[in-house]
Design a protein around this ligand. Structure first.
Ligand SMILES: [Zn+2]
Length: 143
């Protein structure tokens, strides 16, 4: 499995890393520095949408992946079968879209036939709710 690097940024004050790169830390009023992150992480949560937003093929496989350092990504994948929370996957970034595991160009092309406008917004909304659910799960575990 080929491991690629992903562009991100790190807060010099608290050490938080985020991707895609952000100019400022969400926690501190300081500018973040750009870093290269290793494109491999752990599955935090995943889902398969059988009624995906317009513009995406069904089923749409999404996973929330955490990288060492705290950065979290919503990634697209070819399938979620066999995936578990804590599974290690490779992440690849292609035009600001992240993919888990290794996918060839043809697999990537099959995932989308159109990825613009509202469809992109809908996926970001799904990504946010998935991230929120994973976060709540973490709170339950830690309390
Ligand atoms: Zn910070």
């Amino acid at each position: 499995m080929r491991i690629e690097t992903i562009q991100g940024s790190r807060c010099p004050a608290c050490g938080l890393t985020v991707a895609p790169p952000a100019p400022f830390c969400p926690r501190d009023p300081v500018a973040m520095t750009s870093v290269e992150l290793e494109g491999a992480g752990e599955i935090v949560s995943f889902t398969t949408l059988h009624s995906p937003p317009a513009g995406f093929r069904s089923p749409l496989h999404l996973a929330l992946v955490a990288l060492p350092g705290g950065a979290r990504f919503i990634c697209h994948g070819a399938e979620t079968r066999g995936l578990r929370i804590g599974s290690r996957v490779a992440i690849e970034a292609v035009n600001d879209v992240y993919y888990f595991s290794h996918l060839g160009a043809l697999d990537r092309a099959r995932l989308f036939w159109r990825r613009t406008g509202r469809a992109g917004d809908r996926v970001h909304a799904i990504a946010r709710s998935l991230a929120k659910r994973a976060w709540k799960g973490r709170e339950r575990v830690s309390s």
